[in-house]
Design a protein around this ligand. Structure first.
Ligand code: CDP
Length: 229
């Protein structure tokens, strides 16, 4: 069967990672969470004085880039890929509110995007990959065989994200999470480099009122349609 690239973009907390991960597992593809790469870089910036007070020292970040290694390793138990920053497992740390509050500002810096896009393209050069993010179908893999754009209302997304945070033992309010979701939507769609937008040839999925199994079934149908063409 032919190997393809599946690019899944969409708004924050739209459930795209869940569907991307499930599909990759089912069809034996590699799953890459491009957001985790921006999050890991943000964590590095918080831990190394690059983000200080309300500011980002962009020059220091640029000079640090060659020293920052972001990799993924499969967790033997969960069979899910986890994010490593310079050899340290940071999967849990990068999902907290502190990183969420800064990640879109870090991701808007043009040289950050150029560096991470190059890494992402390298990861997909042999195809057989499902990658999710904001600019995967438009910038990273404009020739991807299957492009999906996922969305849901901000309120539904904030509710989902809050449930995830609470399940992980983090303290956050619905209002705080909703504000973060809306702020990141705004920053992600209005930045000049690699803004969040739907590729012209992407299929749109609004999953506000869909269950996880329903969305999984929809995606596998799309995959089968493309590989059997
Ligand atoms: O988990 P959630 O869907 O909220 O976000 P994520 O996929 O983990 O991405 C976190 C942030 O990284 C986004 O809000 C974007 O600012 C940035 N990002 C990006 O700019 N480009 C990508 N390809 C992926 C993420």
């Amino acid at each position: 069967m032919k190997k393809i690239i599946i690019a899944i973009d969409g708004h924050s907390s739209s459930g795209k990672s869940t569907m991307a991960k499930d599909l990759a597992k089912q069809i034996g593809y590699t799953y890459i969470d491009s957001g985790a790469m921006y999050r890991a870089l943000t964590l590095y910036s918080l831990q190394n004085g690059i983000i200080y007070g309300e500011k980002i020292n962009e020059e220091k970040l640029r000079l640090s880039l060659p020293d920052i290694k972001i990799t993924f390793q499969l967790n033997a138990q969960s069979r899910q890929p986890e994010t490593y920053l310079n050899g340290r497992n940071v999967e849990k740390e990068i999902r907290g509110m502190e990183v969420a509050n800064w990640v879109s500002a870090i991701a808007a810096i043009p040289y950050v995007r150029q560096a991470l896009v190059a890494m992402q393209q390298e990861l997909g050069k042999h195809k057989g990959i499902v990658m999710d993010g904001r600019d995967i179908a438009t910038v990273v893999f404009p020739d991807a065989e299957l492009k999906i754009f996922v969305t849901a209302s901000p309120e539904v997304r904030a509710r989902r994200r809050l449930e995830e945070l609470i399940a992980k033992g983090e303290n956050a309010s619905y209002e705080e999470v909703l504000a973060n979701v809306k702020k990141r939507d705004y920053m992600d769609s209005t930045r000049t480099e690699g803004p969040l937008r739907q590729a012209d040839d992407a299929l749109i999925l609004d999953n506000s009122f869909m269950t996880v199994p329903e969305q999984k079934a929809w995606l596998i149908t799309q995959y089968n349609r493309v590989v059997n063409q």
